[in-house]
Design a protein around this ligand. Structure first.
Ligand code: AMP
Ligand code: GLY
Length: 425
């Protein structure tokens, strides 16, 4: 069986790694892939922001299964296009991917189906923004409606900063694209949990929970990034809480989407805030998370391809997932300067030595293979990932491995997992 993976980040390397372990898979093709994927799979150029480019590639390759990594191709409708051509693809249709691609859609959906989420207002102009701010009081969260690669959410400590943020979104100054709608949301406090589930449109199977670290600086300070590290341990949610989230958030979402004739098949990523009044949905993503996927898939003992096919075929209820007990941790090594500007093309050393450590996998994100040498090519460069019987050991393994690796300006956070470790002590 030939599997095509669309995307080029750490998430896609982890998907390729997990897919390659399936006894049913004879060939993995990645498009466009990265330096790590180039070492294990055939990589082909593609523009994942262009439906035509992806369709051309899929028509030429005719894979038995296509797995879509990033949100942009899903929001463009790549799954609809592939299915219309008789090609099996894992991921939601364009209509179902609206849960991620329009925050306004997601919020209205949550409200319609009485699923817990922060209070909000959808504003079409600055006057509506000011009215909404008066209702919620500061601190306030201001959000762009559409996809913004993590840059569309602005935390505002005061009324004045919220007004300025909304102005920036409406004018196009903040994101470079003009937002027609802006969301104003009440600020929620608590720990965040990434609750990812597989869905076949009817049934929901949760993956193991994880916690991302979005800020660049230690102690969760500084600007947001794509994610600087993540860990996964079942202890993040006790069984009763896990069940509550399933019954009150994930299942009603999948049921609601089916009732509205946009069944959701794919990964439903519920970004949750664990507040004093219970878990609240911060956002939905319609895909695997990055870097959550790296920490989740190293714990998956079942065949990923079987599970994804069960989603496509509507037989997820008959498919149980087995997991490595214990924990996993993924520490992201980023380019100096990220999330601002940074250098590219810097040689990376120590990858082989790091990968030889026990239960350690080095997932590549922003890397390229140039004449046999792995070099940096993006902001988040590597996801150094390890499993162990405890979170402490998994973190120790990941940090031991990252110390073997070097490139000029390399940066990583030394405190991944700090919230969980603090709770234990
Ligand atoms: P989103 O893309 O909507 O998940 O927002 C990105 C990040 O912003 C989340 O992971 C949270 O850390 C933060 N965030 C979003 N909405 C809120 C909120 N209502 N209250 C507090 N933090 C939020
Ligand atoms: N880790 C956050 C995301 O994948 O959107």
């Amino acid at each position: 069986m030939k599997v095509l993976i669309l995307g080029s980040g750490g998430r896609e390397h982890a998907l390729a790694w997990a897919v390659a372990r399936s006894p049913r898979v004879t060939e993995v093709v990645c498009a466009p892939g990265n330096g790590g994927m180039a070492k294990m799979a055939r990589c082909l150029p593609v523009n994942v922001d262009s439906l035509d480019s992806m369709i051309q590639l899929a028509e030429a390759e005719r894979p038995d299964l296509t797995i879509v990594g990033p949100e942009v191709p899903l929001s463009l409708g790549i799954v609809d296009e592939l299915q219309a051509r008789g090609l099996r693809a894992f991921g939601p249709t364009r209509a179902a991917a609206m849960l991620e691609s329009s925050k306004g859609f997601a919020k209205r959906f949550l409200q319609r189906h009485k699923i817990p989420t922060a209070n909000y207002a959808i504003c079409n102009n600055q006057a509506e923004v000011e009215k909404a701010i008066d209702i919620f009081h500061a601190p306030i969260v201001v959000k762009a409606d559409g996809l913004a690669a993590g840059k569309g959410v602005i935390m505002c400590p005061s009324r004045a900063t919220a007004i300025e943020a909304a102005e920036g979104l409406f004018s196009g100054k903040l994101l470079g694209t003009v937002e027609r709608q802006v969301l104003i949301e009440e600020f929620l406090e608590g720990d965040e949990v990434s609750f990812l589930c597989l869905s076949d449109g009817k049934h929901v199977t949760p993956l193991v929970p994880s916690q991302d670290h979005k800020r660049i600086g230690e102690g969760d300070t500084g600007p947001n990034t794509g994610g600087m590290g993540v860990y996964s341990t079942d202890a993040l949610l006790d069984p009763a809480m896990r069940e509550w989230i399933l019954r009150h958030i994930a299942e009603p979402t999948v049921r609601g989407m089916a009732e509205e004739d946009t069944p959701f098949v794919g990964v439903l990523y519920c970004g949750l805030m664990m507040t004093a009044r219970g878990p609240q949905v911060l956002e939905f993503n319609a895909r695997f998370g990055d870097p959550e996927t790296q920490a989740i898939l190293v714990r998956l003992e079942s065949d990923l391809v079987e599970a994804l096919e069960a989603c496509i075929d509507g037989r997820l209820a008959d498919t149980a997932l087995r997991w490595r007990q214990g924990a996993s941790a993924c520490v992201v090594a980023s380019s100096g300067g990220y999330p601002g500007s940074y250098k590219k093309g810097l040689p990376i050393t120590g990858l082989e030595a790091a990968a030889q450590l026990p239960e350690t996998v080095i997932f590549h994100a922003g890397t390229a293979l140039v004449d046999g040498q792995t070099v940096t090519s993006g902001g988040r460069v590597l996801g150094v990932t390890a499993t162990a019987d405890s979170l402490e050991e998994a973190l120790a393994r990941a940090y031991k491995a990252i110390k073997e690796i070097h490139f000029e300006g390399m940066y990583f956070r030394h405190d991944i997992g700090h919230r969980a470790l603090k709770k234990k002590s």
